[in-house]
Design a binder for this molecule. Structure first.
Ligand code: HEC
Ligand code: HEC
Length: 340
């Protein structure tokens, strides 16, 4: 339809439509720009990928603890203290035994393993013993706790009969007292982050690391020791004193899920400070740095059971170690699905 020099109705219509489009775009642009300008932290604009915060698992209360017999209470309290201040008891300068790297369980299991999507222990009591592909065995809680001692704390296993192990298990059991058997409550463990369609990029990760993480974890990822040198104020992210290559965080999806909702310090699932992409790129940077090897020679006895982001071959699928480490993971997951 030609509009030039015709019926006044069409001419007017053109003006009206044109004007409305202008006004509308102003309004839209205005909406986007105005609130963003005066508040420099972009932080507030980063949405959680999952904002359904109803029915999240929470730990039993102190009042509930006080209702238990005193000897049980004190064992649980000792367990909680061991999770929060592991190094004071079991680190390189530990008062009970020297068998781990100076990190605390709580460095990764936030708030003594009670923080939603902060790698909490909400599901442990309800789901163990369970079969795990990594060992190819049914693992009980002693084995699972010692996995973290040997890998995440790059140390030695704790005797199953020691008061320390009994304390940790009593605490984990108490945390799960309200969770029905076999149930994984909402918010348990780590957040499962959606994958990227490109490989995670450690160069971008380095830039982000310098801006957002280095102030605490330091340029060489070595962290900052607390006064007295027994434990860390800011734990190490790589290097000799960090988790080893057999640890859960050495899988990119676990590390990205952890930082997305919990770092920089103060971020939570409700107020995250990183986008999905930033979390993946930071994870790529951190896990491309040197760290202890750990003994992984007996892991994944069934090759087909290796997770999509296990960075060491051999694999039963045709993808490279590089792709298993940095992604994109969807083609690997699709292949696995098709070859079950
Ligand atoms: C460097 C980080 C880190 C540290 C330190 C650490 N863990 Fe873990 N832990 C993890 C990660 C990551 C997972 C989840 C791994 C996975 O799902 O593959 C995990 C899983 C677990 C689980 C199983 C949770 C579940 O729901 O199945 C238990 C139990 C556990 N850790 C106990 C401990 C104890 C006890 C300590 C201290 C002695 C400890 N962890 C220290 C990173 C860590
Ligand atoms: C203000 C200081 C601070 C900043 C900034 C910070 N962290 Fe942390 N980070 C901590 C502390 C403290 C812990 C241990 C938490 C605890 O024990 O409760 C921690 C724990 C961690 C852990 C698990 C423990 C370990 O040592 O492996 C990772 C991974 C991590 N931070 C990554 C990051 C990343 C990535 C950034 C940047 C986006 C970041 N952090 C920014 C203070 C900080």
């Amino acid at each position: 339809m030609k509009l030039s020099g015709k019926h006044p109705f069409f001419r007017d219509l053109t003006y009206v439509v044109g004007l409305s489009v202008c006004l509308l775009s102003l309004l839209l642009v205005g909406w986007r720009v105005i609130p963003a300008v005066p508040t420099p932290p972009i932080v507030a604009l980063i949405m959680p990928p999952d904002s359904n915060f109803t029915n999240l698992w929470t730990a039993p209360t102190e009042a509930q603890l006080k209702r238990l017999p005193t000897n049980q209470q004190s064992l649980i309290r000792y367990g909680r203290d061991l999770i929060a201040h592991t190094a004071n008891y079991l680190g390189p300068k530990g008062s009970v035994m020297r068998m781990s790297n100076g990190m605390n369980c709580q460095n990764c299991h936030l708030n003594a393993g009670t923080q939603p999507w902060g790698n909490n222990y909400g599901a442990v009591q309800a789901t163990y013993p369970k079969f795990r592909e990594r060992s190819g065995t049914v693992e009980n809680q002693v084995k699972r706790v010692n996995d973290c001692f040997q890998r995440s704390l790059n140390g030695r296993p704790l005797d199953s009969t020691s008061r320390e192990m009994r304390g940790i298990l009593a605490y984990i059991k108490w945390l799960g007292s309200d969770v029905p058997p076999k149930q994984i409550p909402r918010g348990a463990g780590l957040f499962k982050l959606k994958g990227l369609s490109r490989p995670a990029n450690s160069d971008k990760g380095l830039t982000l690391y310098t801006q957002k993480c280095q102030v605490c974890h330091q340029a060489n990822g070595e962290g900052v020791l607390a006064e007295g040198g027994k434990s860390y104020t800011y734990p190490p992210l790589w290097g000799t004193h960090s988790y080893n290559q057999g640890a859960g965080l050495f899988r990119l999806s676990n590390l990205a899920g952890y930082v997305r909702y919990n770092m920089p310090l103060g971020a939570t699932y409700e107020a995250p400070q990183l986008t999905d992409e930033e979390a993946w790129d930071l994870a790529a940077y951190i896990n491309s740095q040197p760290r202890p090897a750990g003994d992984i020679s007996r892991d994944w006895p069934n090759l087909a059971g290796k997770p999509f982001d296990h960075p060491f071959g051999p694999y039963t699928d045709p993808f490279s170690e590089q792709q298993h480490k940095y992604g994109p993971f969807k083609p690997i997951k699709d292949w696995k699905e098709a070859h079950k």
